[in-house]
Write a protein that binds this ligand. Structure first.
Ligand SMILES: [Ca+2]
Ligand SMILES: [Ca+2]
Length: 264
């Protein structure tokens, strides 16, 4: 039923994935019902095993990744670029697509709707706090991406192509967030395969996933799980279960292929 309601809402707002809010232009949240889902993979890399069923309470997640334009709004509200001594963003990196024009942070022309890259894990967390939201846990992210039937990709088990996922691209090559509708997950979530990795709240620890074992309130500077694959990932790295292997999970730095989305 929420799809029908959403269809109505989309006709009212100017942009399909953006709604106005007091914190700026935040991405629409999509509700994910409570219930079990299959997490991990019996056939994937070691760190995806064992495949296991877990319960996830109801939550909501942003339909699309946070964009450069949205993250620029956050930087303008938090101009010090740090929070509690942690760097939030790497504007001096060649791969950053938000720069200062006079006193104002502005997304580069043409990159406004691309998923933001170069926020540190702390920057991603602080953006979500500023928005009245939080980072999704690794389990929430995976359920939003694959639903309850254990599928390999958000759209099913068919191999990816460029109508469904932005992958196998160049180092800095993105497509606008939410533009590949054929890649929607069972809940209608977009860009869960490719077009930038995404930080989650979870510390990178072995399965089975257990939110009570400390991985959701780990101390500073531990590796964090990234999900979904980036613009420059291969087909095996954009599955719903892949945990950012071979990728820096260092939370204090920004990376050319890691962004995020928020949950609530
Ligand atoms: Ca993504
Ligand atoms: Ca960097």
């Amino acid at each position: 039923m929420w799809i029908a309601r959403l269809g109505l809402a989309l006709m009212v707002v100017a942009s399909p994935s953006i709604v106005a809010s007091q914190a700026g232009s935040l991405t629409e949240l999509v509700p994910i019902p409570a219930g079990p889902f299959t997490m991990g993979s019996a056939s994937g890399p070691d760190d995806e095993r064992p495949e296991h069923r877990i319960e996830v309470p109801a939550f909501a997640i942003e339909r699309t990744p946070v964009t450069n334009r949205q993250f620029a709004e956050f930087l303008n509200a938090n101009p010090s670029l740090t929070a509690n001594g942690r760097r939030l963003y790497d504007p001096d990196d060649n791969d950053a697509r938000i720069h200062k024009k006079g006193p104002v942070w502005v997304a580069d022309a043409g990159a406004e709707q691309y998923p933001v890259v170069e926020p540190s894990w702390y920057g991603a967390r602080e953006y979500c706090r500023w928005a009245g939201r939080r980072l999704p846990t690794e389990a929430e992210w995976e359920k939003a991406a694959r639903g309850t039937d254990g599928r390999r990709y958000p759209w099913g088990n068919a191999p990816p192509d460029r109508t469904r996922a932005h992958y196998n691209g160049g180092w800095q090559e993105f497509v606008p967030a939410g533009s590949l509708r054929g890649g929607a997950s069972p809940y209608g979530i977009l860009d869960m395969a490719g077009n930038g990795w995404e930080w989650t709240s979870s510390a990178y620890r072995p399965y089975p996933y257990n939110p009570q074992d400390g991985r959701e309130n780990a101390g500073a500077d531990v590796e964090r799980v990234t999900r979904g694959g980036g613009q420059d990932s291969n087909a095996n790295q954009i599955t719903t279960t892949y945990r950012g292997r071979g990728l820096s999970r260092e939370p204090g730095g920004g990376h050319h292929n890691i962004g995020f989305r928020c949950a609530r």
